[in-house]
Design a protein. Sequence first.
Length: 411
Amino acid sequence: MPIYESLKIALRALRANLLRSFLTMLGIIVGVSSVVAMVAFASGAQREIDRQIETLGANVLMIVPELNRGADAKAGLYQAAILRESDADAIDVHVPQVIATAPSVRAELQVIHKSRNTWVTVNGTTARYFPIREWPLSRGRPFSGKEQSNGGKVALLGADTAEKLFGDSEPVGQTIRILSVPFEVIGILAEKGTSGAGRAQDDIIFIPISTAQRRLFGSANMVHRGSVDYILAKASSTGSVKLAEREITSLLRQRHRIQASRSNDFRIVDPAALMKAQHAASRTIGWLLAGIAGVSLVVGGISIMNIMLVSVTERTREIGLRIAVGARSKDVQFQFLMEAVLLCFLGGMIGLAAGAGVAFAAGKLAGWPVFLSPLSLIGAVGLASAVGVFFGFFPARRASRLDPVTALRGE
């Protein structure tokens, strides 16, 4: 029997009992929609983590000061930790796996332009910070060497800060005030988006570190004027990150004169490694949830098998008549198998639309990242059809093995 003819007969059989057909498909609909929604959330979270990893820059290590528990550890006493610009210079010189470093200081300060003002993170650093973070300028220019060494009053604005202070007007060449100190805007950074901690990376201002230490942050603390809040170090390759971390640890322990019995007064963080671990955990949880949701497909498949067995019993005379007029056993088997697959396919398509709708609606309301790949959509419908083949095979085979004489006698 041609496939087209089998499809027409299958559709006619399903239309004859619309309510029963819909209730039979319900398990498939719930299963497919659950799988689609869970995979959409998991894929969206993974893509967001991948994007955040890219915003960090490749092979970047962050060195931050950490309170050091000293000889009076039992009394809960700690020694203050300090990182200095000279530590960054030493890493540049003595750690061959590191190709660039950038010391930085930062604080939340009020920034003013004419009648507009906002509180923003002001980061004092060097021009090497931006190649390390792979953060290009959308327009303007970076700090010059003279501006870095002489404390030039120049600033680079993040995209969000530029929007808040200048709106639609051109910021480059304009003047802003930070703690009453005037700064010329020399460039606007390209958009970075949010970080892994959910922080808006574009709501920021960069100034030369010498300017920050002399005119803004260092004025209140003459003793620690050369200290920095953190140091970024870029390794030459992904494979050299761990070795660079060990070499930096050894060098800084030596420079800080830390005894063997004492812990480090600094901490080295590999942001990309943390984000990748989060990526793996998100993927595992996503597929686990999708697997749990997939149980609904099995339940739906069992329901289809039961209904198809009932259908075989109800249509015994029809089966006997078909065989009597020349239908082969494989034609009968194919016909019932087509009905089971059609039930699952239609249920899969409805579940696909429902799952996509739920995923995007929930993502929009809750602010969750959602992504539906064509492969996952095809896979969901294909899985539903496979369930139809698997659970429809036994009823179809049973129908094909009916004796025509016995079947024609049935009521």
